[in-house]
Structures are given as C-alpha cells and as structure tokens.
Design a protein around this ligand. Structure first.
Ligand code: AP5
Length: 241
C-alpha cells in the first residue's frame, strides 16, 4: 500500500509526465558565464519535456552556418561582449514563432539586458504569456573560472562536459553520440574576465527587474555538483525530486 510520501511522489511524477498541462512554465535561467545554465537546462528539459531556447547556441549555429546574423555576431562573441539587442530580439522573436503552443520553455542566456527584457515582455504579451519563474544560479568567480576553463561541448547534441569536473567516458568524445567535443573560442582566460564583467554590469540588474515583476524569482546556490543543483532547482519549482 502506498504511503503519503509515495503518493506525493507519484503525483509529482504525473505532473511532470503531463507535459504542457498545468505546469508548462515559461522560465528564465539567469546567472554568470559558466555557472551551469546549459547543464541545468538540459537536465530540467529531460525531466519535464519543456523546450529550451538557448541564445548562445542559436548564435553559434548561425555562425557555423555562415548566415548574416552569425557573421555579424561573431566579433562580439569572440571578444566576450554582448551581441547588439536588436539582433538578439529579432532572433528570439523568430524562434518564439516556431514553439508549439502549450509547451513549457526554458530560456537560457536571454534576456541579458533591460532592453531585451522589456522587448521580451511585449513579445510574450502578444502571445498571451508571461514569464512565470526566474531561476538565478549563483557561484563564486573562482568556481566559474574552473568550470569554464575545463568545459568541452558537443557540437551535435549540445551536451556539456568538463575535463576535470564532469569528464566524458571517452576522452574528447561525446557520450551521447560519439561526436568529437570542442573548446569554445570565448573560453580563454582574458575573454572570460570580460564576460564576467559584462554579466555584472548588464545582466545582473535583471534580477532586481524580475524581483519587481509578477515572476517568481528563485536564487539557487550552484557550488555543488550538477545533480545536487538540479535537485534544488526542481525543489524550488515543485517539479519532482
Ligand atoms: P552563452 O553561450 O549563453 O554563454 P554564457 O552565458 O557565458 O554561459 P556559458 O555557456 O559560458 O555557461 P553556462 O552557465 O551555460 O554553463 P555550462 O552549463 O556550460 O553566450 C555566449 C556569447 O553569446 C555571449 O558572450 C554573447 O556574446 C552572446 N550572447 C548569447 N546570448 C546573448 C544575448 N541574450 N544578448 C546578447 N548576446 C548574447 O557549464 C560550464 C562548465 O561547468 C561545463 O564544463 C560543465 O560541465 C561544468 N559544470 C556545470 N555545472 C557544474 C556543477 N554543478 N558542478 C561541476 N561542474 C559543473
């Protein structure tokens, strides 16, 4: 016979499996470079079936495809600066139009400025949606530097590894699909410092912006390993264990 704990667990699993019904949140993952937005976004999407909109990945794909957007964005990304707002806003607007109605969405890396946040609010209003939740991932600069210097990413499926903290099973190769992993051009030490400065100056003020909005803001300490952080994120959101 099921006890109250098992009952609660099966209810929350049913909610997760219900995908898109009731708990189809529009959620922003906010936090400094290297804090684990990508890592946590993948884990959360796996558990909930929500889609991910990752502006950094969209820009890297555009760059690899040699589109005008990719070519324009490249110089900003390589220097660790923000790509101009109007380019990002147009890109996200186009992406939003491709999302299925009723699905939850995890926005990773967007918005990053107040201009993006207010344009985003207007886009969502036109769709009859708002941002429900903002998850702010937090870690010390020392931890961020370690995470970034060891990061390796899969160009094919987006899986993220770390040579020291979360190595793939076989050196240099993705566990999921066997694709050779790459080291991002903007992950070198001097560029990383600029990305951190840009985050503090342009993006961190958005925490206050969303504190003053209808969205629920959760601050999640992210110094521990990926699974521990994911448990805290899900606990904060009330989407299972
Ligand atoms: P983007 O790709 O968004 O980079 P970022 O914000 O700097 O974030 P990162 O991808 O570096 O880190 P993350 O937090 O996702 O960490 P991850 O999970 O990978 O943007 C790149 C550039 O694009 C920007 O600089 C800008 O030029 C442009 N851009 C993008 N969006 C824009 C916008 N909206 N406006 C203007 N310009 C925009 O983890 C990092 C490492 O740590 C990995 O190796 C991972 O394995 C490891 N790790 C993660 N979590 C843990 C953990 N808990 N314990 C141990 N290791 C961990």
């Amino acid at each position: 016979e099921e006890g109250p704990r098992e009952n609660a667990r099966s209810v929350s699993l049913r909610i997760i499996r219900g995908r898109g019904e009731g708990l189809a949140m529009y959620l922003i993952l906010l936090g400094p470079p290297g804090v684990g937005k990508g890592t946590q976004g993948v884990l959360l999407a796996d558990a909930t079936g929500w889609e991910r909109v990752v502006t950094g990945d969209l820009l890297r794909t555009a760059k690899d495809a040699g589109t005008p957007l990719g070519t324009q964005a490249q110089q900003y990304m390589t220097a660790g600066n923000l790509v101009p707002d109007h380019l990002i806003i147009k890109m996200v607007e186009e992406k939003l139009s491709t999302l299925s109605a009723g699905t939850g969405v995890i926005f990773d890396g967007f918005p990053r400025t107040e201009a993006q946040a207010s344009a985003f609010a207007m886009m969502l209003e036109a769709l009859g949606r708002t941002i429900d939740t903002v998850v702010v991932l937090e870690a010390d600069d020392e931890v961020l530097s370690k995470r970034i210097s060891g990061r390796r990413s899969c160009p094919s499926c987006g899986a993220v590894y770390n040579t020291v903290l979360a190595p793939p099973k076989k050196d240099g190769v993705c566990d999921v699909d066997g694709t050779p992993l790459f080291h991002r051009a903007d992950d070198h030490a001097d560029t990383v410092q600029n990305r951190l400065n840009v985050y503090r100056r342009e993006t961190e003020p958005l925490i206050e912006y969303y504190d003053g909005s209808k969205a629920v803001v959760h601050r999640v300490p992210s110094q521990e390993g990926p699974d521990e952080v994911q448990s805290k994120v899900r606990e904060a959101l009330g989407v299972g264990e």
